[in-house]
Design a protein around this ligand. Structure first.
Ligand code: MG
Length: 349
């Protein structure tokens, strides 16, 4: 199960097997952002392409369900490259015995989430397998996206502050020392909500998943504020994994202030009780953003004026002083935030 939980174990599986065998197969079209970049999505022929299978267990959880998650996950992975999602494909693998009422509930949720994101499912496939361990169904949503005016405007702003910036997309590898790191809201909510449903736990105040398509929000701030160089949805492996991806791919250090990272009190308490680190627990409705310093305040204020970003915080800064991710703790020390071995909660997405 660790091989599917984000973190180092999964990254090694993907690198040493999937990428080893599937990279660079085609001579027809060289990908601008290829498989081995291991970014949130690829870019080929000017099109952003993403595929994501969802095997969350259980298929209904506080604040969401597998349908909402499947649409949001793919839409968000396309949007964090700066692209606008154009269309989705949906592959359903249904387990024998799944009640049709459950299927309908999931499909309605997918339809509503598509409407929220402003994107349609235009093709797909449906299979049924014998009763076993699927837990109801597995849903693949793939999607394509394209460049829009918002990305162009964003990049113009980046170039105003960084003359030599020559990237066409928002990538994990674009951070430079001095860039500011923002998180759009509280971390750990989704993983804890799914865990509570898996284990039949109640945490008193009711922790809800944050599953949400964020493409419309992203489009607005790219267009109206700009200056964003890197973005990521901190899903499996949580904030800790996403920060390490930024740091490794950009070749910069990242210093985080512990007391700035927003964590709900009930999530923090539940994590303490269960021995989990909220920074390693997955999210499905949050964005980690790297932005040029001169635009950071403005972006923070923009985010805070929105429902999805009301708890946004500036949590740290990219630096040339060291490699990796370090955290200034509340008690005054510094500790390394290593890439987690895997998300502590299994099958969260
Ligand atoms: Mg992602």
């Amino acid at each position: 199960m660790l091989h599917g939980a984000g973190g180092t174990v999964m990254h090694n599986l993907v690198k040493n097997y999937v990428v080893k065998y599937l990279r660079g197969l085609t001579t027809l079209e060289t990908a601008e952002v290829p498989l081995e970049a291991l970014d949130d999505a690829a870019v080929v022929g000017g099109i952003v392409l993403k595929s994501d299978s969802h095997a969350v267990k259980p298929i209904f959880f506080p604040g969401g369900d597998i349908g909402r998650l499947a649409v949001s996950g793919t839409v968000n992975d396309i949007a964090v490259l700066g692209a606008e999602p154009l269309a989705l494909a949906c592959g359903l693998v249904l387990e024998e015995g799944l009640p049709l009422t459950s299927l309908e509930r999931i499909l309605k949720s997918m339809r509503d989430t598509c409407a929220e994101a402003g994107v349609n499912v235009v093709t797909g496939d449906t299979k049924v397998v014998e009763k076993g361990s699927l837990g109801g169904c597995v849903i693949n949503v793939s999607g394509i996206g394209r460049r829009g005016e918002a990305l162009e405007k964003n990049i113009e702003v980046v170039k105003r502050f960084r003359k030599n910036f020559d990237q066409r997309w928002i990538l994990d590898s674009n951070l430079s020392p001095g860039d500011i790191i923002i998180v759009s809201g509280t971390v750990g909510d989704h993983g804890l909500a799914v865990l509570s449903a898996q284990e039949g736990l109640t945490f008193g105040s009711g922790i809800m998943s944050d599953t949400k398509p964020l493409n419309r929000l992203i489009k607005r701030f790219l267009s109206e504020i700009g200056g964003v160089v890197s973005m990521k949805d901190p899903t499996r492996g949580g904030l800790a994994d996403a920060l390490n991806e930024f740091s490794e791919k950009s070749g910069v250090g990242i210093l985080i202030n512990e007391d700035k990272v927003p964590v709900r009190d009930d999530v923090r308490a539940a994590c303490e009780m269960l021995g989990l680190d909220p920074f390693e627990v997955g999210n499905e409705g949050k964005i980690l953003i790297g932005v040029v310093k001169d635009k950071a305040r403005e972006l923070l204020e923009f985010l805070r004026a929105t429902e999805e970003g009301k708890d946004a915080e500036i949590i740290g800064e990219a630096t040339a002083d060291f490699k990796g991710v370090a955290m200034q703790t509340v008690v005054g020390g510094k500790r390394i935030i290593a890439r987690p071995i895997g998300d502590p909660v299994p099958r969260i997405c």
